[in-house]
Design a protein around this ligand. Structure first.
Ligand code: IMP
Ligand code: MG
Length: 480
């Protein structure tokens, strides 16, 4: 056996040992790429997982590559070493001349001259790619290729045993949201170190609602002079399921206008990219809703300005009922309410309906109710099966949309004949996840509302009108 063969063999037994240990999935994957990189004597290695819907590869574990290189951009699966997606090995002997290298300039700056990529396969499907990056221009030997394929297989074993699921198209993700498990393979499995605690809070909130996220997923080039990049921008989060980037502004107000400028520039350069700027204040309000963050303890001084009087509400509910009755003529509706805020609206709505309707209720655990770290749970499910029924989900208010998208996924999985949403209030400016709303009573501003079923810490539900909560020293402003 040659020297390299001995080294490679030894490293495989080291890896097998690590797989048997009680390391986390992330630690195991990081260990695999690190040992592989050292044993091959290359510049670095990376394991990327496929986001099949968007056809992007996302770095899950890396070794030896600079942050700058990792943030060059999201790797396009059909453009960068595309043969790998067909289950084949791809070798780039010279990154300077090979069109299959997506970030050629960056590779050269990183002193990567050649690359080998092999597929990571789970149950016959390509779910990602394992790559080794070399400093010198060269072919890779058959033994090296075989070695990498073995390491890719080990990585696949780690992914499978971590509870990750492989979708029909080959995305590694967790099972349907209804399994109520925290995503096992969430974006970069490498340990995330957040720049700011509020970002970590936000990531926890996303975890709770089972929304996949990637922290600082990529950098966009904003300005350049010739070959030299003079300005880059790295959004804080990417939510693959929503295809949405999120940039959070920090405490320093001076930076906000700077970020606004960068986001505008990004939108100009990439009009196809969806990015949402979450201002510090909006973000604090969002967290306060769940009892977290600096605004959570804000004192209130009772009820402020009335937004909708009891008469206005009744008039609008009657109109909604009329529309619904026309749309559902000849069909029997199953009204499904999400407890508890919906109580008043549901009771009024059903009394104005002119078609026959059954009703049922669901209840969910709430982020911040002492179980912030876990995933959202259905604490009361339907008594009536929604299968083959015309389900109309009735909501008091849709805010971020996270609750609703969870409930919709749960209901859809049970095959109703039809499924639509009717909400009395739509706080559209705070929407994070797009949810289809068939019937909307009123669009409302980003203020905390109470009355007609809506509560602030279990107060004010019994008011017959809808009003703002008055915050101490601030007329009619939000309290959380
Ligand atoms: P989402 O998941 O962010 O859309 O949250 C929806 C839930 O948050 C609603 O069903 C309400 O229980 C609660 N919520 C959102 N905004 C308000 C508000 O202004 N007043 C009272 N409850 C609210
Ligand atoms: Mg609700």
């Amino acid at each position: 056996m040659g020297r390299q063969a001995i080294v490679l063999n030894k490293s495989l037994s080291e890896m097998a040992g690590a797989l048997n240990s009680n390391l986390s999935a992330a630690e195991k994957l990081n260990f695999l790429v690190q040992v592989a990189s050292r044993s091959l004597g290359v510049r670095g290695c990376s394991l990327m997982l496929l986001d099949a819907k968007r056809k992007k590869l996302i770095h899950a574990a890396t070794y030896g590559l600079s942050d700058r290189y990792l943030r060059a951009g999201l790797v396009e699966a059909d453009r960068s070493l595309p043969e790998v997606m067909d289950g084949k090995t791809a070798v780039v002997v010279d990154t300077a001349s090979d069109p299959r290298v997506q970030f050629g300039d960056m590779a050269r700056q990183e002193k990567i001259a050649s690359i080998i990529g092999v597929p990571v396969m789970c149950r016959g499907k390509v779910v990602g790619s394992l790559r080794a990056y070399n400093r010198i221009r060269r072919e890779f030997t058959a033994a090296e290729e075989e070695y990498l394929i073995t390491v890719a297989n080990l990585a696949a074993t780690v992914l499978e045993s971590s509870g990750a699921r492989v979708s029909a198209e080959g995305s590694v993700s967790t099972e349907a949201k209804t399994t109520l498990r925290r995503p096992a393979v969430r974006s970069p499995v490498r340990t995330v170190s957040f720049a700011h605690p509020s970002e970590e809070d936000f990531a926890r909130l996303l975890d709770f609602y089972q929304i996949e996220w990637v922290y600082e997923p990529r950098s966009f080039m904003l300005e350049w002079e010739g070959d030299r990049v003079t300005e880059m921008f790295t959004p804080d989060f990417y939510l693959p399921g929503l295809d949405l980037y999120i940039e959070m502004t920090t405490l320093k107000p001076g930076l906000t206008s700077e970020k606004n400028r960068k986001v505008r520039r990004l939108r100009d350069l990439h009009p196809d990219i969806k990015i949402k700027l979450l201002a510090r204040r909006d973000y604090d309000r969002l967290l306060a809703k769940y009892g977290h963050g600096p605004l959570a303890g804000a004192k209130t001084e009772g009820v402020g300005r009335t937004l909708f009087s009891a008469d206005q509400i009744q008039m609008r509910v009657r109109q909604l009922a009329k529309e619904i009755s026309q749309d559902y003529e000849g069909r029997r509706i199953l009204l499904v309410g999400v407890l508890r805020g919906v109580l008043c609206f549901m009771a009024d709505l059903m009394r104005y309906l002119e078609v026959s309707a059954d009703m049922d209720f669901m209840a969910l655990s709430y982020y911040g109710a002492g179980n912030g770290g876990e995933a959202v749970q259905i604490t009361k499910d339907l008594d009536v099966g929604p299968d083959d029924r015309h389900v109309l989900l009735v909501e008091d208010i849709v805010d971020t949309g996270m609750t609703l998208s969870f409930v919709l996924a749960h209901l859809e999985a049970r095959h109703p004949a039809s499924l639509a949403v009717c909400t009395l209030l739509d706080k559209r400016v705070r929407r994070l996840t797009d949810v289809p709303l068939a019937y909307v009573g009123f669009e409302v501003p980003d203020e905390f509302l109470v009355g007609y079923g809506l509560d602030y810490r279990e107060e004010y539900r019994n008011l017959p009108f809808i009003a703002l909560v008055k915050q101490q020293g601030k007329e009619g402003d939000t309290a959380g």
